[in-house]
Design a protein around this ligand. Structure first.
Ligand SMILES: [Zn+2]
Length: 371
């Protein structure tokens, strides 16, 4: 059932008050009838016309699972369902999406559906240009799904969705220039600038993980060497720890023990867990990754000048053990340090559901254009 409790209304009122007077705009897909396009809508107009009270489904398509949730206008997930990601078959993924929407739609009145997936979407939000985990290549996903689901559908990049959620409901609230970094196996990036998801001229902005920080460094799957994500991700943390253990370093004793004596079994998660338990070698490894993180953030600050960086993703379980050293390296490498304000570096607030919440909310605020 749609949630209209007094608590939700109170939360909406609080947000409305804090944003009143803002000249913020939201970008949304234009009418599909006359050729889809993105346009700006004054925030006040969006607030009064774009179905704030409706429930939306957010679907986060990962490499191994498809997670769906019914999200209310305050960003709360009221019901969830999930399936395994069906291999490399575009039609099968669409079928799973249809099943999840049908399942969740039985007990909720759903106004719109937002899909977040790794990959590049065109600026109209309708076509997946490329998705690394899935079989989508120039796939007109929105059109396919809108005819199957008979509801407005928005397709977006998962990092963009997570950034939008952190800006609307999480650690980035109230920030006019927000950069979000998601640290997982690689590095995801996205920006919310002046109340819009900023996606660049061709829709592929935010590939911060592939800025080269060490020319000639570690090989990256993108084809280059020395990319930031080879130094400041969960994969980088695991690789460095395995290397330490394979050298039979006595400082890796705790890590090896935690991995059952097999260096190859050490992952970024092993290091994070050991570091939290107090192992000094694991803390050093996290400090090193934190250093690279801060260095890359300083590069981004030089180019983009955000007010806040929000750092999310699985590696953030390490908390201050990671972000503390990142802040130090950021301050040390910031262009113009001492003569300019420095951006805040905050941990994400919404956890692994950020992508789902953001995709749902983006579909809701974009709803009128498709309705
Ligand atoms: Zn790369």
């Amino acid at each position: 059932m749609p949630l209209n409790s007094s608590n939700d209304q109170t939360a909406a009122r609080v947000r409305k008050t804090s944003w009143s007077g803002s000249t913020a705009t939201a970008r949304h897909p234009g009418s599909t009838g006359g050729g889809a396009r993105w346009e700006s809508v004054p925030w006040a107009a969006r607030r009064s016309h774009l179905g704030r009270r409706g429930l939306a489904i957010g679907i986060d398509i990962g490499g191994t699972k498809v997670a769906a949730g019914v999200v209310d206008p305050s960003g709360n997930v009221v019901e969830e369902a999930r399936r395994s990601t069906p291999g490399n078959d575009a039609r099968a993924v669409e079928q799973v999406i249809v099943e999840l929407v049908q399942e969740l739609g039985r007990s909720h009145r759903i106004a719109s559906v937002g899909i977040g997936a790794a990959g590049w979407m065109d600026l109209d939000g309708g076509t997946v240009l490329f998705s690394p985990h899935l079989a989508w290549r120039n796939e007109p996903l929105r059109e396919n799904l809108q005819s199957l689901l008979r509801r407005p559908v928005l397709v977006t990049n998962d990092a963009d969705a997570a950034a939008w959620a952190e800006w609307r409901f999480g650690a980035g609230q109230g920030e006019s220039r927000l950069v979000c970094i998601t640290l997982g196996t690689g590095i995801g990036g996205a920006m919310v600038m002046d109340s819009r998801v900023e996606r660049g001229r061709f829709g592929v902005a935010g590939e911060f993980g592939h800025q080269i920080v060490v020319p000639g460094g570690h090989r990256c799957e993108c084809g280059n060497r020395g990319c930031w994500e080879q130094y400041a991700s969960g994969n980088a943390l695991g690789r460095e720890a395995r290397e330490l253990a394979l050298r039979n370093s006595p400082v890796a004793y705790e890590l090896l023990k935690a991995a059952g004596g097999t260096a190859e079994n050490i992952t970024g998660v092993t290091v994070t867990e050991r570091a939290k338990a107090g192992d000094s070698a694991s803390r050093e490894l996290l400090e090193e990754v934190g250093h690279w993180l801060g260095l890359g953030l300083a590069n981004l600050a030089a180019a983009l000048d955000p007010g806040t960086f929000v750092i999310g993703g699985g590696l953030c379980d390490a908390g201050e053990l990671l972000v503390g050293p990142a802040r130090t390296a950021f301050t040390r490498n910031l262009t113009g340090r001492g003569f300019r304000p420095a951006a805040a570096i905050k941990l994400a607030a919404l956890g692994p559901r950020a992508g789902m919440i953001g995709a749902a909310d983006l579909s809701r605020v974009s709803g009128r254009a498709h309705g």
